[in-house]
Design a protein around this ligand. Sequence first.
Ligand code: DAH
Length: 345
Amino acid sequence: MGVGMKKPDEILAEARGALEQAQDAQAVEDVRIRYLGKKGELTALLRSMGEIAPEERKAFGQAVNTAKDALETLLQERKEAFASAGRSAQLAAERIDVTEPSRTVPAGARHMITQTIDEIAGIFMSMGYSVTEGPEVETVFFNFDALNAAPDHPSRDMSDTFYISDDILLRTQTSPVQVRTLLAQAPPVKVISPGRCFRTDTPDATHSPMFHQVEGLLVDEGVTMGDLKGTLDAFAKRMFGADVKTKFRPHFFPFTEPSAEVDVSCFLCGGEDPSCRVCHGSGWIEILGCGMVHPNVLKVADIDTERYTGFAFGVGVERTAMLKHGIDDIRLFYENDVRFIGQFY
Ligand code: DAH
């Protein structure tokens, strides 16, 4: 053994000390290279075997190998310790707290107008009506002429109706669907038709240039005003409560004769409260227009008016929703403020 050469167990003690100081996996690797690498200190001792006296060689070789095995074991332990500490740190960093309250994802819901149309349609569908739709851009023929509107009827005015051209307009009512249906289908006819309507109204609490109606039409043999009254009374009770009464007030519509407006008894105060926000103390609320289909309308579709009669009605969707839910401004429906919409989920 050369002079000044360290003994295997000294080297091992030194390496152990260096390993204890190691702060990370790289420092462990540095220790390995320093002692067991190609130019490492223990490797150098093994290479120097030739210089050892033959009688000492065996004991020396064993001592070096023992130190080498011990160091390898230590290196392995330290390496694993750092690897598992790394994994723990990673797991801690990526830990998911399953008890943390989740972020709420607001769910969409049907708009109040859609809900109301669905409710009205559901009631009539349960009575055997089917649902049909008509165009929002209509002809003057379907919106006025075929509905028996007099040539000088005020609603034809430019100041009331959005005209696209002389004969094309945005429909002012869903009633043109009556005529379209009669032209497409022979009696018996039993349909409702929900949709948008347009009038040149300046928006205020009760007016909007765009609003919704649900039209109804029934044509068959032997249909009477009694059928109309029974049907709409049943509708009112389903919509506003089993206790409400209905009242048919004579009115005028060009496409029905006789025509009526239907009032329901106030479902909120029953007429008891003079300051009631729904009926204002009158006890009655107007909910729709209706009547027996005018023969002139049936004639547009060549229907035998001696054989067939019918009734029609038109319900205002916004008005119905406002009454039912105590909404006091029609504009709330279209502003899409979730604080309003969210009340009706
Ligand atoms: N179309 C009418 C309006 O907009 C409402 C209406 C009244 C519809 C009587 C009808 C009806 O079908 O028979 O004011």
